[in-house]
Design a protein around this ligand. Sequence first.
Ligand code: NOJ
Length: 554
Amino acid sequence: MTPEPLTGEGADENWWRQAVVYQVYPRSFVDSDGDGLGDLRGIIARVPYLSSLGVDAIWLSPFYPSALADGGYDVDHYREVDPRLGTLDDFDDLVRALHEAGIRIFVDIVPNHSSNRHEWFQAALAAAPGSPERDRYHFRDGRGEHGELPPNDWPSHFGPSAWTRTTNPDGTPGQWYLHLFAPEQPDFNWDNQEVHDDFLHTLRFWSDRGVDGFRVDVAHALKKDMSEPYSPVPSIGIMSDYPIDGSHPLFDRDDVYEVYRAWRAVFDEYDPPRVAVAEATVPVERRVNYATRETLGQAFNFDLLGTPWRASAFRATIAHSLELAQSTGSSSTWTLSNHDIIRHASRYGLPEGTDLERWLLSNGTEPQGDAALGLRRARAATMLLLALPGSVYLYQGEELGLPEVADLPTEAIQDPIWIRDGGARKGRDGCRVPLPWQHDAPSFGFTTGTPHLPMPAWFAAYAADLQDGAAGSTLELYRSALSTRRRLQTAETLTWVELGDDVVAFTRDNGWLCIMNVGAEPITLPEGELVLASEAVTDGILPGDSTAWLRARP
Ligand code: NOJ
C-alpha cells in the first residue's frame, strides 16, 4: 500500500482532527551524546519506537537555545536549536525521519515571553526608558519616592511578584519589567508591531522546514491592558474565577484573537495548511474562540484532568467537550498527562480530593496512594480517550505506565516554582524525569552520562525493553489500542449506550463499542466480539476499573 502523502497534492488537510499526538519533552527522552540531556539525535534514533507505538504526530516541547530557567520555555532564540540538543541540520533530519515514517510534527511556540537572554531583552536593558527597544516588552517606572516599589501588585504564576526591577548600565536601580512567569521570562508587548512581525517570521521559518503544526504556549495571555489605574488581579492561578467576558487585564482579552487571525493567514500559505493547538487555560466557554477555523483551529481541553472517577462525571465532561468543539467546527482534544501535571498513573491511585501540592511536598507519602489501582485506572481511562471522537495528546512515558517521581530530592529540583515559591510548591520535575529504556543499563539506557534529573531504581520495572512484546504490558496495550483505533476510527460522533450507573459506554458509527467500568464490581459485557481490554476478560466478565472495546458481530 502506498502511504498517504503528508504534504502537497493528495495530502489530507484534516489529518489533525482525530490524530494521536505524542508529546516529546526532548531533554528527557533519549540522550545520544552522553551529556545527560536528551537531544534531537536521540529522538531520531527512536523514530522506529514511535512508529511501532503507532502515533500520528509528535509535539516537540521547546528545543531552542535556553538557560533552562523554565525547562526551555525561556527561549533565547526562536529560530535556532539549543546546541546541547543538536543543530538545525539535526532538526531537518528529524523532520525527514518522522515524515518518512508517516509521523507529523508539531513544535512548541512560546509567544508570551522570551528569555531574559534574548537579544531584544538585552538591547532593552541597555536602552533608555521610553526607547523603541524597551517598547517590545513591558517596562514601567516603580512606585514610591524612588521607584522602589513595583508598579502594581500583580502576582506571577510562579510567585511572588510579576515585576522585577532592572539595573541601569551605570549601576543605579532602574525601571521594572513585567513577567507573568519567572523573572527570566520577560513578557513581550504584543501591541508592538515588531513583535508581531517577528513571530510571523518564526512561523514561516519552521513551516518552511516542514513542520506540520504548532502548539501555542499560554495562548490566552498575549494581549494585556497595561493602562493606569491598573486593574486588580488577585489570584493568577484560578482560571475559573475569571470574568468570561474578555475584560480581564491579562488573560483572554478579545483582541488576542486578532493575533491568531494573522497567524492563520500564514498557516494557509502552506499545503496542507499548517495547524495549531492553543494552550489556553480559560473557562471552557471561551476556549472555543481559539479553536475556530479563523484562529488556531484547535485548543487543549484539560477538563478530564479534574473529572472525578464517576461515570456520570465522565459522561458530562465528554458530552460538553464534544458540543463545544463542534460549535466551532473544530474537533475536541483529550489529554490526561503532560509535562506540567502529576502523571495520571499516580493521580488515579490517590483518594478523591487529595491536595496534590501537599502530596508532592510529603514526597508522595501523605497519603500513600495505591499504585496498582492508579495504573489500572490509567489504562482504563486511556482506552476511553482513544475511543472518543477527536484527537488525543499522549505524554512520553505514559505508554510505559510511569508514575510520578514524587520523592525527588529537593537539591535536584529545577522547576522555578520551587525556588520562587520559597519551597511551598515542589513543581513539575516529577513528571519530567528521563525515560527508562533498558532495565539493566546504566541510567536505564537514557544516557551514558549523568541524567539531568535523577532516575529512581524502581524505574527498572517500567523499562521499555521489559514491556516490549510482553503480553499485557502497558506498552503493548498502547500499541494495540493505537492500531485498533486507526482501523476503527470513523465519523466524529458517538452514541451513548446505557449500561448502568457505573459504566461509561458509547458506540461509534461503525459498531465500535467502548465500555468503561468505573465501579469496583465486575460487569457482564453485552454481545459482541471482544477487540481489546485494559484487564483480562474471562467468560464475558469485565472487572472493575477497566475498559473493553467490542465490535458488533456481523
Ligand atoms: C506552559 C508550559 O506548558 C509550562 O511548562 C511553562 O512553564 C509555562 N507555559 C510558561 O511558558
